[in-house]
Design a protein around this ligand. Structure first.
Ligand code: HSE
Length: 414
């Protein structure tokens, strides 16, 4: 029997307890031993739970119990999760977490502590919910040099954008619907401003390239400024707007990494990932592109990934799973202004003909997008790939010439 403790009994934590109970026989068959929930840490009362006798409000019960070999952190946030996880690893207990904020902020340190204490620190559920992605990159694709990862990593924003694209819903209305359906938080900032996707691409990049990339080094844009006009222009261009987390290894071994809404061509597999689903493309030098698709959030999908890690920890109590990256100072990340991209630009001008002439003068090569119901004075075009810093300068010049830029969205090379 392997005793485990679950810290947190929210959506994911209760899902983990549920799967460990309902799939007991299936898990026994895989592990050859019973997984026994000895403690559930939560400050709230759950008197009606079938596991009511296992609840504790005291972390000391867990840390001081040598029977507990695997601790599951599903509380979310950094405090007290960081302190608790660190103390568990320092005491030689293996830890499984779904907490992307924790892994993105402290992954290198916690992996190092796990290594020094012959314990495991696993976090499959931190990216892509129920989609296997950490283990595939770390194990199944280990023969590859990964050159690029690009994905739809946030279900809430993908749901909102899908509603805007397929049903012509305004952003605010789609966000309200996402909140009513329980996808978006009451404070939706982490999702709609791209921070959640940023944490996830940081974890994937750190894993694929072996060095921690911290979220503060990653240029991040959300979807709050996207309008239905932009959605329509993307359709005219031949694609859809998606919030993409992307990292690319450059020839000089530096990383071009960012999170931003992008025009995605209809032929890309990422264009067809809708609603709350996630999709992640990993480009390996041996495999070519491998695409992972599935439910990126939700109680049982996320708990499924957590339980897989619990079983893996229980199978490796005396030896370590090799999952590791080193700390870094973010010096491998290029300035986002040096990142080269094509761009969609929409602006309002007094004289559209003169505005297009000015745009051509600045950007050299532009592809004009025409919309039947374009607003008075509206221009829209795609410019050829340029360093983002140059695009910004050109946008400033347009604005200073009275051509008011209302929208600028990258065109994804996907
Ligand atoms: N808020 C996240 C999402 C939950 O919408 O994808 C899963 O990490």
């Amino acid at each position: 029997m392997v005793s485990v403790a679950i810290m947190g009994h929210g959506v994911v934590g209760s899902g983990v307890a549920e799967i460990l109970t309902t799939h007991k026989n299936k898990l026994f068959a895989s592990l050859g031993e019973e997984l026994y929930i000895k403690y559930i840490l939560d400050l709230r009362e759950f008197p009606d739970s079938p596991l009511a006798d296992r609840f504790t409000k005291n972390f000391d019960d867990i840390i001081n119990d040598i029977d507990v070999r695997v601790v599951i952190e599903v509380m979310g946030g950094l405090n007290p999760a960081y302190d608790y996880v660190k103390r568990c690893l320092l005491s030689g207990k293996s830890v499984v977490t779904s907490n992307k904020e924790l892994v993105a902020a402290h992954g290198a340190e916690l992996l190092s502590i796990a290594k020094d204490n012959n314990a495991n620190f696993l976090f499959e559920a931190s990216v892509g919910g129920g989609i296997p992605i950490i283990r595939p990159i770390n194990q199944c694709l280990v023969a590859n040099n990964v050159s690029e990862i690009a994905g739809i990593l946030n279900g809430t924003t993908n749901f909102i954008l899908t509603k805007m694209i397929n049903e012509g819903m305004e952003f605010d209305v789609a966000l309200k619907l996402a909140q009513d359906l329980g996808y978006a938080e009451r404070n939706p900032e982490a999702d709609v401003e791209g921070h959640d996707a940023c944490r996830k691409i940081c974890i994937l990049a750190s894993l694929a390239f072996g060095k921690h990339i911290y979220p503060d080094a990653v240029h991040t844009e959300g979807i709050t400024k996207i309008t239905l006009d932009d959605v329509k222009y993307a359709e005219i261009w031949g694609g859809v707007i998606k919030l993409i987390g992307k990292v690319k290894r450059l020839e000089n071994n530096k990383c071009d990494i960012l999170v931003a809404p992008m025009f995605v061509p209809n032929k890309s597999q990422l264009a067809n990932i809708d609603d709350v689903f996630n999709g992640i493309m990993v480009r390996g030098d041996c495999t070519g592109d491998v695409v992972f698709y599935g439910k990126g959030a939700g109680k049982l999908p996320t708990a499924s990934a957590v339980v897989a890690d619990i079983v893996d920890c229980a199978k490796h109590l005396k030896n370590r799973k090799y999952l590791f990256w080193t700390d870094s100072d973010n010096s491998s990340v290029i300035d986002y202004k040096d990142s080269v991209t094509a761009m969609y630009i929409r602006a309002i001008a007094d004289d559209t003909k003169a505005a297009y002439t000015k745009a051509e003068e600045l950007f050299k090569d532009i592809h004009i997008l025409s919309k039947d119901d374009a607003k008075q004075g509206e221009i829209a075009f795609i410019c050829e790939p340029l360093a983002y810093g140059e695009i910004e300068k050109n946008i400033d010049t347009l604005n200073n010439s009275g051509i008011k830029v209302e929208s600028a969205i990258r065109v994804g090379d996907l």
